[in-house]
Design a protein around this ligand. Structure first.
Ligand SMILES: [Zn+2]
Length: 174
């Protein structure tokens, strides 16, 4: 690279077509992470009997974490009892607070998306919008990957995971 990399905003191209083909043809990547399949290694932030949280491997925003149930469930509300759902939201809340404390955050986005045509395993996105992004580039515009993803090394991702973990106040295992 010829210019100093801005690790929080510098982007590299993202091959969206290959990504879509992969998520539609490969096993559920979240179930593979839970099983510990090394081909699906992610930087895990938190894990308990029911939930797992890890860094988004293809982040459009710095400090972007995904929270999931460990069991393969798909429907964001109807595949859970209210108590199971609220237990997951407790993790979402605590991860959200840890992310907010770890990276400059003008606004914290939390949402569940996914698709029955790929990425069926339900998950919550915890995505911190950095300060200073123009209004028209905020919200859903800030979450897209077609314009590229952050250009972070595995070491930088590891450091970010460690920082978020250090700000997390839930019991963690291992
Ligand atoms: Zn799954």
């Amino acid at each position: 690279m010829t210019t100093e990399k801005n690790r929080t905003t510098g982007k590299k191209p993202f091959d969206f077509t290959t990504y879509v083909e992969q998520i539609q043809t490969r096993p559920c990547f979240i179930c593979e992470i839970v099983k510990g399949n090394p081909e699906y290694r992610h930087h895990v932030i938190y894990e308990d009997d029911a939930a797992i949280a890890f860094l988004n491997k293809y982040p459009p925003l710095y400090g972007y974490v995904v929270v999931c149930p460990k069991e393969h469930r798909e429907m964001v509300t109807s595949d859970f009892s209210a108590d199971e759902y609220l237990a997951l939201q407790r993790v979402v809340y605590q991860i959200g607070e840890a992310v907010r404390k770890s990276v400059p955050t003008e606004r914290l986005y939390i949402l569940s998306l996914g698709s029955q045509q790929g990425n069926t395993h339900v998950h919550w996105h915890i995505a911190p919008l950095p300060p200073g992004v123009p209004f028209e580039k905020q919200q859903l515009e800030a979450l897209g990957v077609r314009d590229g993803i952050l250009d972070l090394t595995d070491e930088e991702m590891g450091a970010m995971a460690a920082m978020i973990k250090s700000n997390l106040h839930l019991e963690t295992r291992g």
